[in-house]
Design a protein around this ligand. Structure first.
Ligand code: F6R
Length: 611
């Protein structure tokens, strides 16, 4: 989704901003632009990739050491040069970039039009740029007050950065619902919508919260509320490193991230899975463990891949901890007039920690008195900060738009939580938890073993590159993996794919099966093996092409399927951590064969900050 970068200091601003925009490309976007203040504001913006913008700027370089930049993911108005940010006011005194949506833009626009304003674009953002300039010109207020007064008039969400020709040494940023952080350097400051553009210059950051703004100069910055109350904000240290956000020799971030999983799963368990003591230690939720154990219900809310992880969590919590769980789409939660109260615990799962729908679910549940826990990857993200307690997944930055290592890390955290709760409430005996803890501890090595066979998966994927449809079937813990496999394939290869609980096939999808339909059957749990074999027979009877994911020793499945991808044996409840790996690889190789933009698939955004 849209990205913001800004710089004021002693370097050439375009260099910092362009590099920053390239670091934000992973978020998904359709146009990009910069505004540099150098005597006069100069703007360059282009539809398409940052590379196109670079060509334009190289032909006519932009000098100056202060400016703002943006990658736009279209909401209001199609992706084109005019709708790209930055936008200016009527007299072009201000330039502004914006993430989010101004909901009452139409009313403001009409009002400004009645005063003679003429708009160039179809965006809500241009309206805000005009409004700030109108207030500045007409009311004769200063830069800061004009921004504050304008923001008090708008409904909706924003992360904005504004520059002003009359005050070239200041950048103002503000947020409501769209993340923004400020990087603090020596005689220079950086702004960005996430940390990736900042990390190579400084690891000192200030996170803005909703309804806060920062007034930024070269040597100083000040944070106030939009209502003008001065704040003393904590400076945080970023934990990420520049190596983590580079490709390290892999052709795509997605492949790098798939291969990182033995390490990310191990990192996620480090210090938490205490094998020698048969114990789980999750510091982030230890102080609320009693409340979790005594809760009437656990409600898990998330979107997309994180929702699939939540579904695995439901099986884990109900089986291992004997806790009643409901899994909700975070995006629907608040429309259900949810019956949730202080006796419930909500767990939200979010890689980015910025997903607007998930954040809305957090606020809804908190307002009704529930304890809200977060499972987030991005440290310091809004959801991580707004939840009552939580557990970080520690998977490191996930740059590929399609989530891979975040999923396995989320399932790992859910597994740890389920065992911890099960131990605490007596649902798990010493013996049973020892078995589980040992099995979980062995997962990273088993993931590594699957990755060693990636070439076989690559070869097999070539045979299915041009299949128009795919069906994914799983049962029990692997039903959510079937959904995840289908989502991964459609996201990055644009092949239509459906995931189903295997038993549902005969209630409809079986009508689709013929000799052209590849059916990926996840047959890796012992307790559903016989039933999965029946499903394979049903597909074969209709000439469907079966790709099976099965345990190493399952010769019965291997004899029936056209292709079998073997995974090492583990405890049934941890099979999702293994079965998902081949599915990620199948999607990746098919998308590469189809020459798709794997890391930045069309229309998708990494962090969905609009509702
Ligand atoms: C799928 C994918 C999305 C995200 C979803 C939630 O590959 O990346 O479906 O899982 O947008 O995002 P987070 O986890 O950041 O809340």
């Amino acid at each position: 989704m849209c990205g913001i970068v800004g710089y004021i200091g002693h370097r050439k601003a375009t260099d910092v901003i362009i590099k920053g925009l390239q670091r934000l490309e992973y978020r998904g976007y359709d146009s990009a632009g910069v505004a540099i203040v150098n005597g006069k504001i100069r703007i360059e913006k282009q539809k398409g990739k940052v590379a196109q913008l670079v060509k334009v700027i190289s032909a006519n370089p932009m000098q100056g050491s202060s400016g703002i930049g943006h990658t736009r993911w279209a909401t209001h108005g199609e992706p084109n040069d005019v709708n790209a940010h930055p936008h200016t006011g009527q007299k072009k005194k201000f330039a502004l970039v914006h993430n989010g949506i101004i909901e009452n833009y139409d009313a403001i626009r009409k009002n400004l039009e009645s005063k003679g304003h003429v708009f160039e674009s179809q965006t809500d953002t241009e309206v805000l740029a005009h409004l700030i300039e109108e207030i500045y010109e007409i009311s004769d207020t200063d830069f800061i007050t004009s921004v504050q007064l304008a923001l008090n008039e708008v409904d909706g969400t924003f992360g904005i950065a504004v520059v002003n020709n009359d005050d070239p040494d200041t950048i103002i940023v503000a947020r409501r619902g769209s993340p923004l952080l400020l990087g603090i350097g020596e005689g220079e400051h950086f702004i960005a919508s996430d940390a990736s553009p900042i990390i190579e210059y400084t690891n000192k950051v200030v996170y803005l919260d909703d309804d806060e703004m920062a007034i930024i100069n070269r040597d100083s910055y000040e944070v106030r509320t939009i209502k003008n109350v001065t704040l003393n904000k904590a400076v945080h240290e970023l934990e990420m490193s520049i190596e983590q956000i580079e490709k390290a020799g892999f052709p795509h971030f997605m492949l790098k991230e798939i291969y990182e999983q033995p390490d990310t799963i191990a990192d996620c368990m480090r210090g938490r899975l205490v094998v020698s003591e048969n114990r789980i230690q999750l510091g982030g939720i230890a102080h609320v463990l009693d409340r979790i154990v005594n809760a009437d219900r656990i409600i898990i809310a998330a979107c997309g891949t994180s929702w699939h992880a939540g579904l695995v969590g439901e099986y884990l919590f109900e089986y291992l901890a004997k806790k009643k769980v409901e899994v909700e789409y975070a995006s629907e939660f608040r429309y259900q007039n949810p019956l949730i109260d202080e006796k419930d615990v909500m767990i939200v799962i979010s890689q980015s920690g910025e997903t607007a729908d998930t954040l809305a679910a957090v606020r809804e549940a908190k307002s009704k008195g529930a304890l809200v826990l977060g499972i987030c990857n991005v440290v310091g993200s809004t959801i991580a900060r707004e939840t009552d307690a939580g557990v970080y997944t520690h998977a490191g930055p996930e740059i590929g738009v399609a989530s891979t290592k975040a999923f396995t890390a989320q399932v790992t955290v859910l597994s740890l939580m389920a065992i911890m709760i099960g131990q605490k409430n007596g649902a798990l005996s010493e013996k049973k938890s020892a078995k589980l803890i040992k099995a979980l501890n062995e997962i990273p090595e088993k993931v590594k073993a699957i990755l060693e066979h990636a070439d076989d998966i690559k070869k097999m994927s070539e045979l299915f590159t041009y299949a128009p449809n795919f069906l994914y079937l799983g049962r029990s813990y692997n039903f959510p993996v079937a959904l995840e496999g289908a989502l991964k394939l459609k996201e990055i290869s644009y092949i239509h794919a459906e995931g189903y609980p295997a038993a549902e096939m005969k209630h409809g999808p079986i009508a689709l099966i013929d000799q052209h339909m590849p059916v990926v059957v996840i047959a890796a749990t012992d307790h559903t093996n016989d039933k999965m074999i029946s499903n394979i027979e049903e597909v074969r009877a209709r000439k469907g092409r079966v790709i099976a994911i099965a345990n190493e020793n399952n010769s019965e499945v291997a004899n029936l399927a056209e292709y079998t991808i073997r995974i090492p044996e583990t405890h049934d409840c941890f099979t999702p951590l293994l079965t998902v790996i081949p599915l990620q690889l199948i999607s990746y190789y098919i998308a590469v064969n189809r020459k798709c933009d794997v890391d930045q698939p069309r229309n998708l955004a990494k962090s969905v900050t609009v509702e």
